[in-house]
Design a protein around this ligand. Structure first.
Ligand code: MCA
Ligand code: AMP
Length: 515
């Protein structure tokens, strides 16, 4: 990648700080628009620099320890993006949390990550204060989606110049929690260099160009919306048309002003459900990108028939950011996730660890500058997930085709992806199994037109007890993020098991999902 500056070679006072790399690409004309909200509020590039400086000054004033984590459970807003950028700028570690998480879920993350600062929405302050107290979090600030809360009020009194803190390439920039086969969430540690290298590769690979405008409708507490989408626009000096959440009507209304859109498959399915979504609405779009979950070939084809455009599907993980992508100029093949990105090594291996032949299914393993250094305070788990020669075991199963395109054929890990969010059956089962009258449960994903997979629970009552499906759903809704709550609960006398006593989830999927 001869035309890409090497972040390792960046020798300014900020070193490899990702914020410095992004800021180096802010347009010379600082009055131009960086973020435009749904209600017409505009942040210019100069305002972004000043606002992140104010927040960074506030963070510096708090005298957080070196390497402090800043955990954020706040609605998507331009200011929550500014908080992310300010955290980088001040040299701290950003820890975003899905706003759907409830108290027990957030409690685990805070207990595990031990942040020095917790930022939450004003409406959750009461229960967040309990968590902060329980885990001796030094500071709790609030950030609302209408520029309200104590964080901005305190930052308003701070100076609007700030010298970006020096960071080495391997210094931590963010921790993203992601569950594994065990169902216990693990914090994937991503460095400034991990994020910078991936941002630069994607900038080049997807041909970001002057004049691009990103329509940003993804949440910003995961890799897709926070890193892939935002970094792309920031590195390109591109305006972001900022939607607080995905709403097909709002997207269609703004599409004519945009050139790039990124979404999960559910978003494409929902856009196609609206007759107003047509080639005319997409007339200025040059690139639709899909990821986080499999895009069905039918959706790809329907999209092309409707708009004349071929969605570019790519593949990544929280631990690695982006790994493979269909080409910008070459053939985008439905049902595949494309080719390894430049600098990323991807291999498909059999159980003995030998490379699989074309069309042979095996485990996907990866290595590259984008791959994380390990799980937060879990050296054992980290060791298990890397091979002796340094490849990360993704837990996904795949195969190559003769042209070098990768297809993901399934997951070695027991994981459901619903609307782009990961749901770990084991976690949901642990909540169901302790409900009154429940003997045991099995949680599976069944095909769903809207969410790709729908979380479904099969519950076995204790002898003599009865279990009511609606009550199970209500009990779960009170405790866990709404997207994890099963859409359906089936009650069975017993679970099918193999001779080893293992629950045969495939039989449950056949019975309740028709597949
Ligand atoms: C919302 N609901 C869901 C989901 N989202 N149910 C199952 N799965 C979901 N994903 C339910 C809620 O529980 C609620 O149910 C009802 O839908 C309405 O909630 P609302 O928040 O209004 O939903 P929505 O706005 O329609 O959300 C659908 C969505 C959203 C836009 C598809 O899920 C979304 O933004 N997904 C994107 C996720 C994402 O960014 N993933 C990237 C991860 P009830 O009314 O019963 O309570 S990063 C990643 O995976 C890797 C690195 C990668 O490759 O990108
Ligand atoms: P997470 O660790 O939460 O970011 O989720 C990463 C997982 O999402 C991967 O391991 C894959 O199983 C899945 N994933 C991401 N992109 C795609 C895609 N384009 N097609 C199929 N699965 C995907």
């Amino acid at each position: 990648m001869a035309d890409q500056p090497d972040p390792l070679a960046m020798q300014g006072p900020a070193g490899a700080n990702l914020y410095a790399l992004l800021a180096a690409h802010f347009p010379a004309d600082g009055d131009r628009c960086c973020i435009e909200t749904q209600d017409g509020l505009r942040y210019s590039w100069d305002e972004v620099s000043r606002a992140t400086a104010r927040i960074a000054n506030l963070l510096a004033r708090l005298r957080l320890p070196e390497g402090a984590r800043i955990a954020v459970h706040a609605e998507k807003s331009p200011e929550s993006l500014l908080l992310y950028l300010a955290t980088l700028r001040a040299g701290y570690v950003y820890l975003p949390l899905n706003t759907a998480y409830q108290e027990a879920e957030v409690d685990y993350f805070v207990g595990n990550a031990e942040p020095s600062l917790l930022v939450c929405s004003p409406r959750n302050e009461e229960w967040m204060a309990r968590i902060a107290k329980r885990h001796a979090v030094a500071h709790l600030l609030t950030l609302g989606d209408a520029r309200d809360g104590t964080l901005l009020a305190a930052a308003d009194g701070c100076g609007d110049a700030f010298e970006t803190v020096h960071r080495a390439p391997g210094d931590l920039a963010a921790i993203l929690y992601t569950s594994g086969t065990t169902g216990r969430s693990k914090g994937a540690m991503l460095s400034h260099h991990n994020l910078a290298s991936n941002a630069q590769v994607l900038h080049h690979y997807w041909r970001w160009r002057p004049g691009d405008v990103l329509l940003h409708a993804l949440p910003i507490f995961h890799v897709h919306g926070l890193f892939v989408a935002s970094h792309g626009a920031l590195l390109n000096g591109s305006t972001m048309l900022w939607l607080p959440r995905f709403d097909p009507k709002a997207v269609i209304e703004r599409l004519p002003r945009a050139t790039v859109f990124m979404g999960v498959p559910t978003m494409y399915v929902r856009l196609l459900d609206d007759p107003a979504f047509d080639a005319n609405a997409c007339r200025n779009l040059r690139l639709f990108i899909s990821g986080s979950a499999p895009l069905l070939p039918d959706t790809f084809r329907e999209f092309e028939a409707r708009t004349g455009q071929r969605i570019l599907e790519r593949y990544g993980m929280s631990e690695t950011t982006m790994l493979t992508s269909n080409p910008y100029d070459g053939n985008r093949v439905a049902g595949t996730v494309g080719l390894p990105l430049p600098g990323v090594q991807v291999r498909v291996v059999d159980e003995a660890g030998s490379a699989c032949a074309v069309d042979e299914i095996g485990a996907i393993q990866v290595k590259g500058p984008n791959v994380f250094s390990g799980y937060w305070r879990m050296p054992e788990k980290t060791r298990e997930e890397f091979t002796d020669d340094g490849f990360f075991r993704t837990g996904d199963m795949g195969r190559w085709d003769a042209n070098g395109y990768l297809t993901i054929v399934g997951r070695g890990k027991d994981l459901i992806i619903s609307g782009g969010y990961n749901v770990y059956p084991k976690e949901i089962e642990s909540y169901i199994d302790v409900l009154p009258g429940v003997f045991e449960s099995a949680v599976i994903g069944v095909p769903d037109r809207d969410f790709g997979e729908a979380v479904t629970a099969v519950v076995v009552p204790r002898p003599g007890a009865t279990v009511d499906a609606a009550e199970v759903i209500a009990a779960l809704k009170a405790q866990i993020a709404n997207f994890k709550v099963p859409k359906q609960v089936h009650v069975l006398a017993e679970l099918p098991r193999n001779q080893m006593g293992k629950v045969q989830k495939n039989l449950l999927r056949e019975r309740f999902g028709g597949g």
